[in-house]
Design a protein around this ligand. Structure first.
Ligand code: PLP
Length: 282
């Protein structure tokens, strides 16, 4: 596999990062995951906008333009013959002797690689996913897509040990979001409920695209927090993420949602999303 590192296209085993990289020593970095379908980037402008925002929020700067990044991503897709999967991008503040304070002239580290994976999985739409709720133990700037993912790694481990696919993180009785996804419920009167963007959650690119499509189709959206209790009694539940698109959740903490079967609203949103994703991919 060819990867991109700091201006160079290299075989993956020739790409090396310094032991002094601040991403490694401090978790001082930002990342993005963009889905690839039929060899094209899904929701690319949304991911580039969020990348710029995250880097701005940590006082960093991109060494190249987002247009150049997209060109690099497309070249990696072509060179690696990627049809379906993802592009992972990581930005760190750079490398120098360990010191919490950083030099202003530090050259950032920019890494991109492709990963092949079947993303559009039909069986998930038939069975749905299982979720386990866990306490949200993260910091207060969850809107920044930081590489500091230890709370999510631990949350996912608990979910997996409980036989679940994803962890839903809970704070003061309210679901904030999934460990690597945005959380939704559908009420008995067909309202789509998901939290409004704030510092409490990562502003999902898939969320933005799905809600835009839902609105365009005249569906009713309520952007507000929901409790675990409300989720357990919801008609449908779902998650969105770049690598899952939108998928139904049929079990939360061992309790069946919607009779344990995926419902019509999420199926409809999935159809809208997949159609649009394929049409707008670049
Ligand atoms: N929330 C968290 C905490 C995430 O890590 C992610 C994705 O990794 C999402 C939400 C979903 O964001 P997106 O749809 O942009 O992948």
């Amino acid at each position: 596999r060819t990867v991109y590192l700091n201006g160079a296209f290299l075989p993956e085993n020739e790409a090396h990062i310094s032991i002094f990289d601040r991403g490694f020593l401090f978790g001082d970095g930002i990342y993005e995951v963009t889905a690839v379908l039929e060899g094209k980037l899904v929701d690319s402008p949304l991911h580039m906008a969020r990348l710029e925002r995250s880097i701005g929020e940590i006082g960093g700067f991109l060494p190249i333009s987002t247009d150049e990044i997209v060109e690099i991503e497309r070249r990696l897709i072509a060179e690696n013959g990627l049809v379906e999967g993802m592009i992972y991008l990581q930005y760190t503040r750079g490398a120098e002797d360990r010191n919490f304070f950083y030099s202003k002239d530090l050259r950032p580290t920019l890494l991109m690689f492709t990963q092949s994976k079947k993303l559009d999985v039909a069986s998930v739409m038939e069975t749905g996913l299982k979720v386990k709720t866990v306490p949200d133990q993260r910091w207060e700037r969850r809107d920044i897509k930081s590489v500091c993912l230890l709370p999510q790694v631990l949350a996912k481990r608990i979910a997996k040990e409980a036989g679940c696919d994803e962890a839903w993180m809970v704070e003061d009785g309210f679901v904030t979001e999934g460990a690597s996804s945005t959380a939704y419920i559908i009420t008995a009167d067909d309202k789509i409920i998901t939290r409004a963007n704030s510092n409490a959650t990562l502003p999902g690119c898939t969320r933005l695209a799905v809600l835009d499509l839902a609105r365009a189709h005249g569906l009713i959206i309520e952007e507000r927090p929901f409790t675990v209790e409300e989720a357990l009694n919801a008609r449908e539940a779902a998650l969105t993420s770049a690598s899952n698109f939108i998928v139904p959740i049929t079990e939360i903490d061992g309790k069946a949602i919607g009779g344990g079967k995926p419902g019509p609203m999420i199926a409809k949103l999935r159809e809208f999303y997949m159609d649009n994703a394929r049409k707008t991919a670049v």
